[in-house]
Ligand binder design. Sequence first.
Ligand code: PEP
Ligand code: MG
Length: 585
Amino acid sequence: MRELNGIPAAPGYAVGPVRQLRRTTITIPRRSIATGDVATERTRFEEAVERARGELTILRDKLARELGADEAAIIDSQLLMLEDELIWDSTLSRIRTQLVNAEAAFARAIGELVMQFDGMQEGALRERIADLRDLEDRVLRSLQGEPKETVTDWTVPAVVAARDLAPSETAALDRELVLGFITDEGGSTSHVAILARSLGIPAVCGLGGDASKLADDSLVAVDGNVGRVICDPDQTTQERLQTLKHQQITVSRKLDYLRDLPAETPDGHRVRMMANIELPVELDEAIARGAEGIGLLRTEYLYFQHRDIPTEEDQVKLYARVLQRMAGKPVIFRTLDVGGDKVSDYLGAKREYNPFLGWRGIRFSLSNRSLFKTQIRAIYRAAADGEGKIMFPMITGVEELRAALEICAEARDELRGEGRPYRSDMPVGIMVETPSAAAVADLLARECDFLSIGSNDLIQYTLAMDRGNRRVSYLYRPLHPAILRTIRHVVDAGHAAGVWVGLCGEMGSETRLAEVLLGLGLDEISLHSAALPKIKQVIRWTELAEARRVVDGLLDLPTADEADAWLADYVAARKARREQEGSSP
Ligand code: PEP
Ligand code: MG
């Protein structure tokens, strides 16, 4: 048995044989041509692009049928690349001036773009490279009369391994034959991760060279929840993962009855249970799990799906569709949170030495005023007849909040002047995810309508541990006294100012922490839909007074280790008690 650790990209478990998706390399014939052949080469190129467009359109339609229009937009971005003037100009001028054949000219044009993207490194730019390479391969094959290979050439369900996967490749796979994805490249924002989550297929990305080295048919166990791949798992490991997989399915069915019941403690305290989503395709799952609304819509993913910045009209349509689907339930649109690990080439967020301390979230939006205002206008317009709310990421102090609110006021004035319908009284809140925002939560709460604690970043910044760095991941300790104290302080500050306080980080999905969040006084918990019923169940079992005692007990402890151990004992005792009462959690 050998363990490979990567980035958890889509949750779930799988055990099965590896199937490598190796692109059969295509050789690029290079020929000099006579001046008289320029027109012929040009036509060959145009026809090859046309055929590639046809193939991609078929794939796009397949994806649209299976997943919906939003996911299909991933292929649209490749179709748009096919129209790219830079690629066309560069290819055609090479044919004309350097007198080379279409294959050589096109491969050079793509090569140059790849070099530019590669120089910038990481994040969404790297994902664009995979798109470009896929396009190159498709057009070169078309030039040589070879169809792009059909990728699902196996008959037994398998774990698909690859260096990287282009969206078109992911889309072309037969879903029934894919148990999981494991890739060398990519992270949680890569297209394969987004698609895998939408398809409900576990995925581990960022295995740094190990995924593509695995032999075909070798057995692997994939744990998409923690980002681990176990090679040649022994019988016990295989059984453990299969059990976890079945447990996940059984538990989720058993908890179906909770769907329409409130997250209310036996002593009558209500907590709102909301869902975090990246893409509209996740809405059905959120509704099916009983979400009372969307507590965090990470709008940057909607941008990442497009090659160009979506226009105001595009955004209005998108946001309005989400609100309509939620049928009167609230949706919190978090404004763009690019930067950090979420870099997008066309938005101009570049790789930085300290990306998480750099040009990120609200900083990026405030220095891209017109882009920011377009988004704000779109949210106001889309929410004309819906329960929309706006939330700003990465706020560090009142200046930023005021600057963002000023843009909201400008947007409202403009919309009023233009006579467009918009929601004039839309609540506007902030994420509390930096230690400085937490420290001045009382001041911030006086100037906005709600606070939502982003525990992923709050833990990263408070404990000075890069959330994407595996070497320091052991420092991710939600029960560290600094975190517990900070959350308590933020909740108290928000309540003293008369605003509600929620939490929308991963901490909200940990069952063992449900009482803790309840006892800390949070009004709303927003989490992955799959985890929602379990957390709701714990809340429905726990008296608020008991949860408060749990928090008091934890706040007394000086270290995260002691707090973890104390809580583990408490959870075990609770379980035993429930079992005795005949209803185990
Ligand atoms: C967070 O930081 O906790 C959060 C919810 O936002 P994101 O994970 O998108 O940074
Ligand atoms: Mg965050």
